[in-house]
Design a protein around this ligand. Sequence first.
Ligand code: SF4
Ligand code: SF4
Length: 291
Amino acid sequence: MNMSVAVTEKPIISIASGKGGTGKTTFAVNLASTLSENVQYVDLDVEAPNGHLFLKPYVDKETEAKVPIPVINDKKCTLCGKCQEACQFNALLILENSSMHFPELCHGCGACLLACPVGAIDEDYRPIGKIQEGNSGKIKFLSGILNEGEAKSPPLIAQVKNKISSDLTTILDCSPGSSCPAIEAIEGSNYVVMVTEPTPFGLHDLRLAVEMVRVLKIPFGVVINKAGLGDGKVYQYCKEENIPILLEIPFQKNIAAECSRGNLIVEKIPGMKKRFLECYNKIMRQFRWGR
Ligand code: SF4
Ligand code: SF4
């Protein structure tokens, strides 16, 4: 059987979900494995990256991700308060006799440096996580890993995205949910695949994720994981909203067993690779370059 991919453009495909645990990473790693070459898998679920458990990459480069932070030089500071006024994130507090900086609120925007009239603010850097680069066979592997206790993941997600190669098909395994990390991850992609389960919780979170993607104006479709579990309301919702269902992954013991062992279902379950390839071709037909 000819398993070649139908079109040759290099899209960026975000794999998203309204909540964690829906099978987003299962879909992302198996899609990357189906394409097998000229593809990069990028783990942007930086608070809990686990694509490596399935792809078992050889990591040959690890770099520290940092964000800039201001450091006030007390000897130069006149306590005028202009930096506090300039900060939109309440990350600086200028008191009568001292100043305070709250790194957990700081976005590293640099507005305070520009606002200081006497040059009393220097720039330093604070580590927020790691970026791993490597490969799994012919699949390029990229992953962000947020430091424990670090509150803000969007800067790390942005830094991982800066390392994406434009000449490869890109599979972004995005942060779950519909808040800032998910938006940071999805923005700029050509297509979004939303992975959900046919349950009331799955439907609730899918609705939120659909609202987010519609605001971003990116074409999207749905993959239903654990098909056969729950009820038909997710299907009804997709029909009413005219959302294409790209693939159903059945609720089966052998699939769950392979996933729990860290195996790729496209390698272990007969017929699954063909279904993932058909799903990819549906994506390619729908996203703008493919039409
Ligand atoms: S870098 Fe930006 S966010 Fe951080 S303290 Fe300065 S103005 Fe506030
Ligand atoms: S703007 Fe400069 S001088 Fe004024 S309080 Fe801030 S650091 Fe000090």
